[in-house]
Write a protein that binds this ligand. Structure first.
Ligand SMILES: Cc1cc2nc3c(=O)[nH]c(=O)nc-3n(C[C@H](O)[C@H](O)[C@H](O)COP(=O)(O)OP(=O)(O)OC[C@H]3O[C@@H](n4cnc5c(N)ncnc54)[C@H](O)[C@@H]3O)c2cc1C
Length: 369
């Protein structure tokens, strides 16, 4: 028996990233019997925290290698943000506020906290990849690679990145126009490398002490540098300050590579990428410090370079670098109970993933009234 549950769910959601977890939360509250099926180990998708190969005081460390925060303008997600702040699953992080994008918020104690919170009351099946969907007698069958049925449901919501959604939409029971749309969107998806740097010695701590906590750079290798341990709810030094100088604990910095460089190096070895990203970081540091650093000194330790192969959705209207339009869409066919909700139906951000999920849930609930 391969079925993960004998329940015939009202709604099965493929993917437990922001869009999927948000749909699960809203639909479950509206009285639907909902499940989430996720190929990864936990929730979060590209807004998840990753375990690091290091411990602190016996505790396995993790950090936000995907979306480090999200921005919302004063009119966006107002009620949700109030609720999430009240429930301590997000916190403002003024260091990352950007005039053209709005206020920055991060999950606490990690980005995964938000999706864990949203998915908390739903059946979550993790480490399960859905490879095929098909429909017989008004029931959707969600199948694995071996074509074994894992879940049965009256409705299905796909929330995977565009390329993975396109694969699922090859089902003969899915509208062909959606498949075309997902194919086009998958060509607008860019890979992105990210890695974490830890300061090992007092010398490296003092080197980093003048760095801003969030820095967007115009550099051939790097795009953004984020002081992960300075974010609210992360470990701080004994004095409670987020600044690394004088701290007994190492602080961690996430390096995000620029998208063109990531595309060029998408097939490179992770160790090689680590060396290149660390060298770029040291070069930036020396410019920041206006001093000559000895780049051979192993004071900074780089770990876990990770390639987000389907990392960033870059809609064509967004390449101007101007104000990001936080618009979103969704796909919903009430006649066969199939839907798609994801960031790639908008500008490719956490907020557009939520907006897409909001629209879909509203349409589903309204249609059933
Ligand atoms: C390095 C990086 C930095 C970023 N920075 C920012 C930022 O600063 N601000 C911002 O707003 N956004 C940022 N983003 C983008 C943001 O992370 C995404 O827009 C958002 O998380 C997308 O959410 P989603 O639910 O649409 O998709 P996803 O997070 O991709 O969720 C889809 C889920 O579906 C699962 N899945 C896929 N296929 C299957 C299958 N066949 N079966 C089962 N499960 C499946 C995946 O494992 C995944 O968990 C960043 C992304 C990256 C990679």
């Amino acid at each position: 028996m391969t079925l993960l549950s004998n329940t015939l769910y009202d709604v099965a959601i493929i993917g437990a990233g922001v869009a999927g977890s948000y749909c699960a939360s809203v639909l479950q509250k509206a009285g639907y019997q909902v499940c989430l099926i996720e190929k990864g180990r936990g929730t979060g998708g590209r807004a998840s925290s990753r375990r690091l190969p290091m411990q602190e005081e016996g505790v396995q460390l993790s950090c936000d290698l995907g979306a480090p925060f999200f921005h919302a303008t004063k009119n966006q997600l107002v009620d949700d943000i109030q609720q999430w702040l009240a429930d301590d699953v997000i916190a403002p992080w003024p260091a990352a506020n950007l005039a053209h994008k709005g206020l920055a918020y991060t999950g606490t104690p990690s980005m995964s906290a938000l999706t864990r919170y949203l998915a908390q009351h739903c059946d979550l099946y993790s480490s399960q990849r859905i490879s095929h969907i098909d429909r017989t007698d008004n029931v959707w069958f969600l199948r694995n690679d071996s074509y074994k049925t894992l879940i049965k449901a009256k409705r299905v919501i796909i929330t995977a990145p565009a390329a993975q959604t396109a694969h699922l939409l090859t089902s003969p029971d899915a509208p062909n126009a959606w498949l075309q749309q997902a194919h086009i969107a998958s060509r607008q998806c860019a890979p992105q490398w990210s890695a974490v740097v830890s300061d090992g010695t007092e010398a490296s701590k003092s080197m980093l002490s003048n760095m801003p906590d969030m820095l967007e750079v115009d550099h051939p290798v790097l795009a953004k540098i984020i002081h992960d341990t300075a974010k609210p709810g992360r470990s701080t030094n004994s004095a409670g300050s987020s600044k690394p100088t004088g701290s007994s604990k190492p602080s961690r910095w996430v390096l995000q590579a620029n998208l063109e460089w990531s595309e060029l190096h998408k097939d490179s070895d992770a160790d090689e990428i680590g060396v290149l990203m660390l060298a770029a970081f040291k070069q930036l540091l020396s410019e920041q410090e206006d001093s000559d650093l000895d780049l051979t000194q192993p004071e900074l330790i780089i770990a876990t370079p990770h390639l987000w192969r389907l990392g960033r959705h870059q809609p064509s209207s967004d390449v101007s670098g101007k104000v990001e339009e936080q618009q979103a869409g969704m796909l919903w066919d009430p006649s066969n109970g199939l839907a798609v909700s994801a960031d790639w139906l908008g500008a490719g951000t956490v907020v557009t993933a939520v907006l897409s999920a909001q629209q879909l849930c509203q349409a589903m609930i309204d249609g059933d009234c």
